[in-house]
Design a protein around this ligand. Structure first.
Ligand SMILES: Nc1ncnc2c1ncn2[C@@H]1O[C@H](COP(=O)(O)OP(=O)(O)O)[C@@H](O)[C@H]1O
Ligand SMILES: [Mg+2]
Length: 275
C-alpha cells in the first residue's frame, strides 16, 4: 500500500490552471523526489497533497484512504507533515515556543514536555537556542527547527518543499541527514527540490513536472534522462526563438544545455525571490 497516491489531479488558482492530470505514488517508507523548474507546479502539488489547496479534479489517497476533500488539519492529524517553502517557523516565537505549538497540535498538551526533551536530544543546537526568537536563527537553523517539529513524532508522510534553498553546503548536509533520520524511522518522504543530484541521491523514485504536467514518474534511474530531455527541449526552443516559459516570473532561459546538465538543477539557489 503506497503512502500517497495522487491520481489525475488538476488544480487552479482562481482562473489560472496550475496542475493538469497529475498522477504519481509515493511508496511506503520510501523517498520520492519531486523536481521541475520554477513555476512547474511543485509547491502546488505539495499544497494539494496537504489539503491547503483543493483539487479541481482527481483523487488524493493516504495509505489507501481518500483524503481529497479533507481540510489541512485533518490531513495533518492523519499523519502528514508539511515543511512549506520558506522558513516554516514563527519568527516572533522562541525556538521552544515554536516546538511547543507544533507538539501541542500533534500530540496534545500532556505530551509536550517529553517531546521537547527528545527534540533537544536529537538537535542540541536547538537546545542551546531555546530562548532565541525563531526569526533570528540562521536559515539552516530554521530548517533544523522545522525538521525537529516533525522528527520527534514521526508522521506517515513528510512533504518537504525546497528545504535546501539558499543554504550553505554544510547546512544542506545537516538538513539531508535529518531527512534520512526521518526516513529511517519509517516515514515516507516527498521531497521537492531544485538540486536534482542531491535529492536523487536519497530518493528511490522521482516525479518530473513541467508546466503543471508529469513528464516522468518512476525509479530514479530514469529521472535524469527525463530531466535532460526537458532541458534540451527548452534550450532548443530558446535557440529557435520560440517562447520558453510558462510562468512570467520564471527563470531566464538556461545558458546552454551543457551547463544545465553539469549543474543538473533548475534556477540557482536564491536566484528567485523567496516565497
Ligand atoms: N497563490 C497563487 N495565485 C496564483 N497563481 C499562483 C499562486 N501560487 C502559484 N501560482 C502559479 O502557479 C504555477 C505553479 O506554481 P508553483 O506550484 O509555486 O511552482 P513551483 O513550486 O514548481 O515553482 C506558477 O505559474 C505560479 O505563478
Ligand atoms: Mg515552489
Amino acid at each position: 500500500m503506497p503512502a500517497l497516491e495522487v491520481e489525475h489531479v488538476s488544480a487552479a488558482y482562481g482562473p489560472y490552471r496550475a496542475l493538469f492530470d497529475v498522477s504519481f505514488a509515493v511508496p511506503a517508507g520510501a523517498v520520492t523526489a519531486l523536481i521541475g523548474s520554477n513555476g512547474a507546479g511543485k509547491s502546488t502539488v505539495a499544497r494539494v497533497v496537504t489539503g491547503l489547496l483543493a483539487a479541481t479534479e482527481g483523487t488524493v489517497r493516504l495509505e489507501g484512504t481518500d483524503v481529497t476533500d479533507l481540510p489541512a488539519y485533518r490531513i495533518a492529524r492523519a499523519g502528514v507533515a508539511h515543511v512549506p517553502e520558506g522558513r516554516g517557523v514563527f519568527a516572533n516565537l522562541t525556538v521552544e515556543e515554536n516546538l511547543k505549538v507544533a507538539f501541542r497540535q500533534r500530540l496534545g498538551r500532556r505530551a509536550v514536555a517529553a517531546a521537547l526533551e527528545r527534540a533537544y536530544a536529537s538537535f542540541p543546537v536547538l537546545g542551546a537556542r531555546r530562548r532565541q526568537l525563531g526569526g533570528t536563527l540562521s536559515g539552516g537553523e530554521q530548517r533544523i527547527l522545522s525538521l525537529a517539529k516533525i522528527i520527534v513524532v514521526p508522521p506517515h508522510l513528510v512533504v518537504a518543499d525546497e528545504i535546501s534553498l539558499g543554504l550553505a553546503p554544510l547546512m544542506i548536509d545537516a538538513v539531508y541527514d535529518g531527512l534520512r533520520r526521518i526516513q529511517a524511522a519509517g516515514t515516507a518522504l516527498l521531497i521537492v527540490e531544485q538540486q536534482v543530484d542531491r535529492v536523487l541521491d536519497v530518493a528511490s523514485s522521482a516525479v518530473v513536472l513541467e508546466h503543471g504536467s508529469v513528464v516522468f514518474a518512476g525509479p530514479t534511474s530514469g529521472a535524469l534522462a527525463a530531466v535532460e530531455q526537458v532541458l534540451a527541449a527548452r534550450s532548443e526552443r530558446a535557440t529557435s526563438g520560440a517562447p520558453v516559459g510558462s510562468a512570467p516570473s520564471g527563470p531566464p532561459p538556461q545558458p546552454s544545455a551543457d551547463q544545465s546538465r553539469r549543474r543538473r538543477r533548475w534556477g540557482g539557489a536564491g536566484a528567485g525571490p523567496a516565497e
